[in-house]
Design a protein around this ligand. Structure first.
Ligand SMILES: O=P(O)(O)OC[C@H]1O[C@H](OP(=O)(O)OP(=O)(O)O)[C@H](O)[C@@H]1O
Ligand SMILES: O=C(O)c1cc(=O)[nH]c(=O)[nH]1
Length: 179
């Protein structure tokens, strides 16, 4: 079994929930990957973060983790690679520094987005739009789980290349092998 297959098996076992779930996009799904069930396990979180390292573009100045699930992942990737992180809020704080992106100034910087799960890419679009509005370049997003339908490239029309540690197909194959 390859390292990827082994990770897919362990993530699938830890995270796949069956039921009826409303997704961020408003879609109703019969399956849900609860990322917090791997992010709260240090060894699994570390394996996912480690698998993201080779996917990082060399020219990225900042690693931007999306609130909330992207933040633990980006923290570990940043620690492994010694590259600075950014914690990207869904909305800017309304007091204190009033920042949307917590960390160093993003103006003129290239930010690679780090996300937990991608379904339609909506959360990444929102974050990319906001960061671009602050003067950052956003061209690549990396996610732990890409559950978008096969054949769909959810962010291509937005000028963002999506790189994933695991796809829906990896997880479905892992689940089938366990049956
Ligand atoms: O690709 P999309 O269709 O946008 O869906 C995926 C997004 O939905 C979830 O966000 P949610 O706001 O539920 O996450 P959180 O628990 O990380 O705050 C998930 O963490 C992604 O950010
Ligand atoms: O699309 C979502 O909101 C979503 C799907 C999923 O499988 N897991 C998750 O955390 N969010």
């Amino acid at each position: 079994m390859s390292e990827r297959q082994d990770l897919a098996k362990d993530i699938d076992q830890a995270c796949r929930l069956i039921g009826e779930f409303e997704l961020r996009s408003g879609q109703i799904a019969r399956e849900y990957f609860d990322k917090y069930l791997f992010e709260t396990q240090p060894a699994l979180l570390h394996r996912v973060a480690q698998a993201m390292v080779p996917l990082l573009p060399e020219d990225a100045d900042l690693l931007g983790g999306l609130e909330l699930g992207g933040v633990p992942i980006v923290t570990v990737v940043s620690a492994i690679t010694d590259r600075p992180a950014l914690f990207v809020r869904k909305q800017a704080k309304t007091y204190g520094t009033c920042k949307l992106a917590e960390g160093g100034d993003v103006h003129g910087k290239t930010v690679v987005l780090i996300e937990d799960v991608i379904t339609t890419g909506g959360a990444v679009r929102d974050a990319a739009l906001a960061l671009r509005g602050l003067g950052a370049a956003v061209e690549v997003a990396i996610c732990a789980i890409d559950r978008s339908p096969i054949g769909v490239t959810p962010l291509a029309d937005f000028g963002i290349e999506l790189r994933s540690v695991l796809t829906r197909k990896d997880l479905d194959l892992a689940a089938a092998a366990e049956r």
